[in-house]
Design a protein around this ligand. Sequence first.
Ligand SMILES: NC(=O)c1ccc[n+]([C@@H]2O[C@H](COP(=O)([O-])OP(=O)(O)OC[C@H]3O[C@@H](n4cnc5c(N)ncnc54)[C@H](OP(=O)(O)O)[C@@H]3O)[C@@H](O)[C@H]2O)c1
Length: 262
Amino acid sequence: MLKNKKILVTGSGGQLGKTLQKRFSGKYGFDWIFLPKEKLDIIETKQIQATFKKYNPHFCINCAAFTDVLKSEEQPSIAYKINVEAVKNITRVCNENESILIHISTDYVFDGRKKRPYVENDKANPVNVYGMTKYLGEKHVLENANYGYIVRTSWLYSKNFGYNFYRNILNEASIGNEIKVVSDQYGTPTNTEKVANFILKILASLPKKGIYHCAGDQVMSWYDFAKRIVKENNYSNKIVPIKSNTQGVIRPTYSPLKNTEM
Ligand SMILES: NC(=O)c1ccc[n+]([C@@H]2O[C@H](COP(=O)([O-])OP(=O)(O)OC[C@H]3O[C@@H](n4cnc5c(N)ncnc54)[C@H](OP(=O)(O)O)[C@@H]3O)[C@@H](O)[C@H]2O)c1
């Protein structure tokens, strides 16, 4: 039934977008269209309309976002433009073209006070600008998309692409330094490969619209995660636990997600 369906992936230059492209390009009977920011700027409504007119996609997977948590505090209007206004544009154009929207969101919509992994219908209460803009974006999709999925993930990393914690620690480990890492924030580190598999399941089964959680299976601190990365790669750096610095931005201290059963 899904054979030859066209799938547009926005923000394909990011770590998740690149993972999807590497995994899915030309595969599973879908016709994949991957567009990085240079080819489709999601702030530009006319560009989105022209892209939909050109490709007429059945699905749009929105991997584009302003993901820098600290810069979002410094440049809230840009974060709002990309994470909220552009998402409104995409939602509208998806509705006009009867396309199904899969929008990626974050554990940072939560305040971190729960102390047990968050489930889909837990109340969002973002504590920083990035979290707030992502929350407003997903809320708009849920309320307005004719057919929309929100896939929330947490502490996303790719071993191959982008700037992320995994690759930063690996880089520091290779230099041979002692590495200081925050030990008082907890999450569920999630490999982009897992999110790719999850998205594929959604595409194949088209479950009911709404919020889905896709995260790693283990709750840990950044410190725990750094120790694992170093061990996994046969380094022996000393990892030193430190307290988080709340200067500039507040982050949820506990934002693991409980996976949605699929
Ligand atoms: N990274 C995490 O830890 C994490 C955790 C939970 C959820 N998420 C969510 O997962 C999704 C994917 O994140 P990611 O880690 O893959 O982020 P990423 O590596 O920062 O990728 C985001 C991509 O979006 C692009 N982009 C920014 N503004 C755009 C615009 N106006 N039009 C088109 N593209 C634009 C960026 O391009 P430029 O870099 O050139 O600006 C970048 O290539 C996002 O929705 C994010 O909120 C991420």
